[in-house]
Design a binder for this molecule. Structure first.
Ligand code: MGD
Ligand code: MGD
Ligand code: SF4
Ligand code: MO
Length: 745
């Protein structure tokens, strides 16, 4: 019988609401879900194509063990015993630093992270790596210093803003904001609101902007410094706001006092009067900023974030409606890992801190494995991510992973990474499992949706959370659970909770193993470790969450968490579980002064020394590589490495090497011909696309291609062209500034 089910898109961080038609346990149609309160019926082409994600040909259905050049099928028992045994031996012999967990950063489900991290911690290691570490290391570190916590992600409060500044963000293609296209077009069409886009090229978003600052690639830090200097010179800074909320402005303002903004903007190839106008708007309008990979993965990643945040602070746009606000969160996107604390580990070979709210940057992992130090990385548990296509320098990862003593991959498909693993463990897909994400994209309302299974998983597939629980069990990391607790798990949840708390109160070690205990009790009964973890999270939620929930109608009380849990079960399309209050935003700032701290000593020299002359020098391209590759174009036809079926792009020109028409003429190349692109890391051959969307001097290639599908490869894996060592000091890859050249073939 055909039935429509409410679910959500698992492809990007917006998780738009979807309804899927299921017939004979198979998803056969997809439509937008108007009842989802956050997306309200909004979707893009990718979401409507999720069956291509759900039904890939290389689906995993049983645990596999490497044998010679291939794999043999094994039982879960054998897999768990052997992996646990190897892990234990490695850690006993080399110490806990030999172990890393890489995962928890999927766009569709975050629940495995608490299990993966708990396992890692229980084994004594802090080496948690995730995709967040290759996007947000710089910005989250800066937020940690300026706003006190690395997870204080200051999101744009766009609906209350008069002006939205998209900086290095192509929201019309990448979304990264609920109902992005609708909101962006709204700004563009509304005569009373302004859309400003800072992007070197005429991206789909720049094309509809009221003001487009076509900044020269890699000069955002210089531009931000010039803007601050203009504001200082004109005396436009928000003095009252600064006095009340900003610490150390007097200390750093001299850095900008005699700065030659005109010379700087010449290097940025921007018109002084236009930038001057934007500075005036920033100091007179209610405005918010949406920075993204163009600056995070651009030259000076961390410095960009620093200077852009100073700009926000002195124009008074943090923690105010219409500015950049700290949203209410169901669960923060990580934890504060201050590298100045002796308790925080660094990596052994590269001395890298976990700046992305506790996550290390994947970029350094090859060096950490290929190191000669005795405590180098030897065992990696990869879960729901695909390093061999996603992270910079595929060749370095191949070499490094081949040297591991143990590589375990949890995935739903035989990914490029799984192909090199010692053990491959089959996961349920996000349409076969309970899961959800904690992306905090809205203000003041706080959204959450717990997606439920809409089709059955293949018999042997487990949740990644269940896999970590199984491993933890075999490793002897889970305390013995008394029979009366197990029995209680089958009855009323609140009674179970009372028994659990009573027991945990007597056994301190239970606290740190709580996700596993929940998975083995409630999770056993519900066949979902993730769902059990959700209940536990809601029952022990912090005060701010409970306060927000009360404003959304969930009265406080001992059973508040359970009532929210029940509401989530009853509301498959998701619901508003909280409502933040802007007045609380200042109490979320956890710096020593309680204010926004604009002085970051580690960045003082770099900020002071940044000027037109230093940048003119720094921007010189290395010999033989005159072009700048933007290694990661986002289009309607790619979605990280999630679509494992080229059919979904049939008839579309999906993976091309794109250049500007003037450059094509100069190089004597024509649209559609084959060209070779060469970088420091490698070379690739592909189809040339000539497009005015590309700025002269730039080359665009999407990321996420290079799919190994049967015996063929679909598109270019752009990470064969990127070097993992081409990175910011905090580890972010400089994917938006990769020196390259183009040759005809
Ligand atoms: N279709 C699609 N959507 C996606 C994804 C996908 O793979 N495909 N992936 C999702 C994920 S995980 C993420 S993190 C987001 C990323 O989303 P975005 O950050 O929006 O990604 P990009 O398309 O790289 O947009 C960055 C913009 O920065 C510009 N840029 C390049 N160099 C510079 C520079 O030096 N300075 C400035 N100011 N700008 C520069 C580029 O021209 C580009 O238009 O997208 C998400 N959405
Ligand atoms: N050169 C270059 N590289 C980039 C980027 C770029 O701009 N340029 N962008 C980067 C960015 S911003 C990001 S976020 C990363 C993303 O990179 P990754 O974190 O690797 O993410 P994905 O490609 O989305 O998915 C990884 C794996 O999750 C698996 N998976 C999907 N659904 C499920 C499921 O339900 N259960 C389990 N267990 N597994 C599942 C997929 O099969 C896939 O193998 O890529 C990065 N790579
Ligand atoms: S914007 Fe598109 S890809 Fe992202 S969640 Fe919505 S439908 Fe999915
Ligand atoms: Mo991302």
């Amino acid at each position: 019988m055909e039935t429509w089910h409410k679910t959500g898109c698992v492809l990007c961080a917006q998780n738009c609401g979807l309804e899927v038609l299921v017939d004979d346990d198979r998803i056969i149609r997809v439509r937008p879900d108007k009842d989802n309160p956050r997306s309200q019926g909004y979707v893009c082409r990718k979401g409507l194509n999720i069956p291509y994600h759900q039904y890939p040909v290389d689906r995993l259905t049983v645990p596999l063990k490497r044998s010679g050049n291939g794999f043999q099928e094994i039982s879960w028992n054998q897999a768990a015993d052997e992996i646990a045994d190897k892990l234990r031996n490695l850690v006993d012999r080399y110490g806990p630093r030999c172990l890393a967990y890489m995962g928890g950063s999927s766009q569709g489900g975050h629940f495995e992270a608490s299990f993966g991290i708990s396992l890692l911690r229980a084994m004594g290691s802090q080496y948690y790596y995730s995709s967040a570490g290759q996007e947000f290391s710089g910005i989250w570190w800066v937020l940690g210093r300026m706003l006190g916590k690395q997870y204080n992600i200051a999101i744009p409060d766009e609906h209350a803003a008069e002006m939205l500044v998209g900086w290095g963000w192509n929201g019309m293609m990448s979304h990264q904001m609920p109902q992005a296209r609708k909101t962006l077009s709204g700004f563009s069409k509304d005569p009373d609101r302004l859309l400003v886009v800072i992007d070197p090229r005429k991206s789909e978003t720049a094309a509809i902007a009221d003001i487009h600052l076509a900044v020269r690639p890699g000069t955002d830090a210089l531009l931000a410094k010039a803007m601050i200097a203009i504001i200082v010179k004109e005396g436009w800074e928000a003095s009252d706001y600064i006095t009340q909320y900003v610490a150390d402005w007097q200390r750093i303002s001299p850095w900008f006092a005699d700065f030659d903004s005109r010379a700087a903007l010449e290097v940025c190839r921007l018109d002084y009067s236009l930038v001057h106008q934007v500075c005036r708007l920033m100091t007179t309008k209610r405005w918010c900023m949406h920075p993204d990979l163009g600056v995070y993965m651009g030259r000076h990643s961390t410095l960009n974030s620093y200077l852009m945040n100073i700009l926000g602070a002195i124009s008074g746009s943090f923690c105010v409606r219409g500015g950049n606000v700290i949203p209410g969160m169901v669960m923060p996107m990580g934890f504060h890992a201050d590298e100045r604390s002796p308790k925080t580990w660094r990596t052994v070979e590269t001395a890298m801190p976990p700046a992305a709210a506790g996550s290390f940057p994947p970029n350094v992992m090859p060096e950490e494995i290929l190191s000669d130090r005795p405590d180098r990385l030897r065992a990696v548990l990869v879960s729901a991510c695909n390093p061999l296509r996603s992270y910079a320098d595929t060749r370095a990862f191949e070499k490094a992973f081949d040297r591991l003593d143990l590589l375990v991959v949890n995935d739903m498909v035989m990914s490029e990474t799984a192909r090199r693993a010692h053990y491959v463990l089959p996961c349920r897909s996000f349409y076969e499992a309970w899961d959800g994400t904690f992306f905090p994209w809205t203000f003041p309302d706080v959204f959450f949706q717990m997606r439920r299974p809409v089709v059955k998983p293949p018999q042997h597939c487990k949740e990644a959370s269940q896999i970590f629980t199984l491993l933890a069990d075999r490793l002897g990391l889970i305390p013995d659970i008394p029979d009366h607790i197990q029995k209680a798990a089958e009855g009323d949840r609140l009674t179970f909770g009372m028994h659990l708390m009573e027991w945990a109160g007597k056994m301190p070690e239970v606290q740190s193993r709580m996700p596993f205990v929940l998975a083995k009790t409630l999770g056993r009964v519900w066949d979902s470790a993730a769902l059990a973890a959700l209940w536990g999270m809601l029952m022990t939620a912090p005060k701010t969450f409970r306060k927000n929930a009360a404003r959304a109608g969930f009265q406080t009380g001992l059973d508040q968490g359970d009532r929210i849990f029940q509401a989530l079960l009853d509301t498959p399309q998701g619901l508003w579980v909280g409502k933040a209050d802007i007045a609380d935003n200042w109490s979320a700032i956890r710096t020593p002064s309680g204010k926004i701290e604009v002085f970051i000593p580690e960045l003082e020299e770099q900020t002071k020394n940044l000027n037109a002359a230093s940048e003119a020098e720094g921007l010189k391209m290395p010999p033989g590589f005159p072009f700048i590759l933007n290694a990661g174009r986002h289009m309607d036809t790619n979605m990280n490495t999630l679509m494992r079926n080229p059919e979904w792009n049939k008839g579309k020109r999906a993976c091309t090497i794109a250049i500007n028409p003037d450059d094509a003429v100069e190089l004597g190349l024509t649209d559609g011909q084959s060209v070779r692109i060469v970088t420091e890391a490698g070379s690739a051959v592909g189809e040339l696309q000539v497009s005015t969307q590309v700025r002269s001097g730039m080359v665009l290639i999407p990321h996420g291609f290079g799919l190994i599908y049967g015996d063929t490869v679909y598109g270019i894996n752009v990470n064969y062209l990127t070097k993992n060592t081409h990175r910011d000091p905090l580890g972010t890859p400089i994917h938006r500034f990769v020196p390259c050249r183009i040759e005809s073939v």
